[in-house]
Design a protein around this ligand. Structure first.
Ligand SMILES: [Zn+2]
Ligand SMILES: [Zn+2]
Length: 283
């Protein structure tokens, strides 16, 4: 298996239009690896896409992806679903009778429930299903499936509306947790994976100086895992390698800052790095 990072930003991709900050300025001037589009990645092997942010069309066009066997959605949040129109690419627009392609979309049960009353997502996907370009499949709690000989199992997080995905191929294991690790205690079945992809969390403190960046009273600290909490979770995962993604513009770290931070973390004995758009990591 190989993981291709299509977009490594979070809800606030970099650069933000009109923003004059250093991080956005560099991103605008230099592009990748400084700029980051919305959260999405592709697992080569099973050829599975995880989540469709609004920039997914552009992300796929610049990627090495040539065929999508299936898509999994991790949760209902707008930064993970708003590129749903991408499935129209399957449609045969001019041939008659039409020979459209159909992509299987797997949706864990709780996510399917949320899709039904959030953002019109279910209505939109059902419309696409009627056009024959997707086939929707709800996954019951605890259900896993096999694609191209690779077992894929959705794992519900402590934030119960969000799922991570565990991929197993022979002796190799990959964990992809797109977002929302707050309060999560990694269960035994995901510990010791070969590669864990996890969100970076919000920077409550500057990772270099230790000074507070977010007020203790800020509501984001009650809804999101912090970077320190995420580092804790990374330790408990005992993964051979950890790659952090879902990197938010307001956390104020440029690509160069992250490379510097990576250096420090590696010195402390962790095999941890930060993803950037277009990065490919073998499992
Ligand atoms: Zn997100
Ligand atoms: Zn900015």
């Amino acid at each position: 298996m190989k993981v291709e990072f299509l977009g490594t930003g979070g809800a606030i991709p970099t650069p933000v239009p009109g923003c004059g900050c250093r991080v956005c300025g560099q991103a605008r001037e230099r592009g990748v690896p400084y700029s980051r589009l919305g959260p999405s990645l592709f697992v080569h092997g099973p050829d599975v896409l995880i989540d469709t942010p609004e920039e997914i069309r552009y992300q796929l066009n610049r990627s090495t992806v040539s065929r999508i066997r299936a898509c999994f959605y991790s949760h209902w949040h707008p930064d993970h679903v708003m590129g749903r129109r991408i499935w129209e690419m399957n449609k045969d627009w001019r041939g008659w009778p039409r020979r459209s392609r159909t992509t299987d979309i797997y949706i864990p049960s709780r996510v399917a429930r949320d899709f039904r009353d959030r953002l019109g997502t279910w209505e939109h996907l059902a419309y696409l299903q009627t056009s024959g370009v997707v086939r929707l499949a709800e996954l019951a709690e605890g259900e896993s499936l096999e694609l191209a000989g690779i077992q894929i199992r959705p794992i519900r997080l402590a934030e119960e509306y969000v799922y991570a995905f565990l991929f197993k191929e022979g002796g190799k294991r990959l964990l992809v947790a797109p977002d929302e690790l707050r309060g999560w205690e990694p269960p035994a079945e995901v510990q010791g994976v070969d590669l864990a992809v996890i969100p970076m969390g919000v920077l409550e403190f500057d990772p270099f100086s230790g000074t507070r960046r977010i007020s203790e009273d800020h509501s984001v600290l009650r809804s999101e895992a912090t970077f320190r909490q995420t580092m804790d979770i990374a330790g408990k995962l005992k993964a051979s390698r950890v790659v952090m993604t879902h990197i938010e513009e307001p956390d104020g770290l440029s690509y160069d800052d992250l490379v510097r931070l990576e250096g420090r973390l590696v010195e402390s004995g962790l095999n941890l790095s930060f993803a950037y758009d277009t990065l490919i990591v073998p499992v």
